[in-house]
Design a protein around this ligand. Structure first.
Ligand SMILES: Nc1ncnc2c1ncn2[C@@H]1O[C@H](COP(=O)(O)OP(=O)(O)OP(=O)(O)O)[C@@H](O)[C@H]1O
Length: 376
């Protein structure tokens, strides 16, 4: 277990800033999900943490050891950070067992005493170097079975080659290989991106369980908002090389600091409004504001935008209409209904069960807002 501290890290590549002033602390033994648009710097940040690249400025520390700093740079193989690449990066000519064994022989030196902590400066991973070659080999075989179990990889797959197992199993082998030397920290770059929904869910659950069992501090990069919210005990959102926000999934989801962060973590509906103290008047009624973002503290009467989530909007009946249906678009079992406010150009899109829908374009309807919003 290790606490990661990234402090004011910046890096330019090809003359362009890729990361700017990123600071992030990841407590020991916890999982953080990093999300952000393509090109926002997620992979680059993982590479800096793993030691594959060096920041131009700032420091990265594992516990009290600075691994990247103005005068320090600890090479990747000496950091004890496991790395799971986006494509798994298994060796095609090695069996599953040999791939995992590679993690043990070339991986980081483990810090957990139960399996020994390796020889000083050696490359034997966390497997004890004491005793005969035979016992070392037996220890390795036991550790390989142990990590295969951790990621729910059946032992009969150990003798197969990567092309003889499924994509999800390959991803788990890649995670097992990274976990084998009991790294203090593990970084995973979209490890489930190639998988279809069912396999993805299974693999996520197996990998989370494996990380919990091994107590590793973990950072996962993902494009998938559900995955981020499920995996991360902390979530960080990168935008244009800056860490826009980080915190618990609930706090970031409920109080996103920018409209971009709001849309990254789920479907968002923005409604125009006028500020009235701690509420907003909108074309669809009054909404209380649970959070008002700094910089948009418009005076009472000032114009703001209010973030709502789609499930906060329903269509009411028997109340004065406040909108008119402008379009209907089927989405399988759901229906998206676009509604323009009466008396303003504000539009919202609601999602309802297609089976319940009897609406027509042009029809007057009443939009009801439930719960509170966030102002921008
Ligand atoms: N070696 C390099 N030289 C120049 N620019 C680079 C280099 N590596 C990355 N970049 C640029 O840095 C930016 C961040 O890249 P990075 O791969 O970290 O983004 P990302 O958020 O992981 O994107 P994606 O989600 O598409 O994987 C991109 O604009 C990329 O083109």
């Amino acid at each position: 277990m290790t606490t990661l501290r990234v402090q004011d890290v910046s890096l330019a590549l090809g003359g362009r800033p890729v990361l700017s002033g990123v600071s992030l602390t990841i407590p020991s033994g916890t999982r953080t999900a990093l999300v952000g648009a393509s090109g926002s710097g997620k992979t680059t940040l993982l590479r800096l943490i793993a030691g594959f690249a060096r920041p131009d400025s700032g420091t990265i520390a594992l516990d009290d050891t600075v691994v990247s700093g103005p005068h320090t740079f600890l090479a990747a193989h000496r950091r004890g950070v496991g790395y799971v690449a986006q494509d798994g990066a298994l060796f095609p000519h090695l069996t599953v067992e040999q791939n995992i064994r590679f993690g043990l022989t070339r991986g980081s030196r483990g810090s957990r005493g139960s399996r020994g902590s390796g020889g000083s400066g050696g490359s034997a991973g966390s497997v004890s170097t004491a005793g005969s070659g035979g016992s070392r080999s037996a220890q390795m075989a036991a550790r390989i079975r142990e990590v295969a179990d951790l990621v729910a990889l059946p032992s009969d797959l150990l003798g197969r080659y990567p092309h003889e197992i499924s994509g999800g199993q390959q991803q788990r082998v890649s995670v097992a290989r990274a976990l084998a030397p009991a790294p203090k920290m593990i970084v995973l770059d979209e490890p489930f991106s190639a998988l279809d929904t069912g396999l993805r869910e299974q693999s996520r659950v197996a990998v989370i369980a494996a990380l919990e069992a091994s107590n590793a501090t973990a950072v996962l990069v993902t494009h998938d908002q559900d995955e981020a919210l499920m995996f991360g005990q902390q979530i960080g959102i990168l935008a244009g090389g800056r860490l826009e926000q980080h915190g618990s999934p609930l706090s970031v989801f409920d109080n996103p600091s920018t409209a971009e962060v709001a849309t990254f973590l789920g479907d968002a509906v923005f409604v125009a409004g006028q500020l009235r103290g701690t509420s907003a008047e909108t074309a669809f009624g009054s909404v209380s504001l649970r959070h008002q973002n700094a910089g948009v503290e418009a005076e009472t009467g000032g114009s703001i935008r209010v973030l709502l989530r789609p499930d906060q909007l329903t269509l009411g009946q028997g109340v004065a209409p406040n909108g008119r249906v402008t379009s209907l678009s089927p989405r399988g079992t759901r229906l998206h209904i676009e509604i323009e406010a009466i008396g303003s150009a504000d539009r919202v899109v609601l999602t309802i069960a297609a089976a319940d829908a009897s609406y027509r374009v042009g029809e007057a309807v009443t939009v009801v807002i439930h719960g509170s919003g966030v102002s921008y």
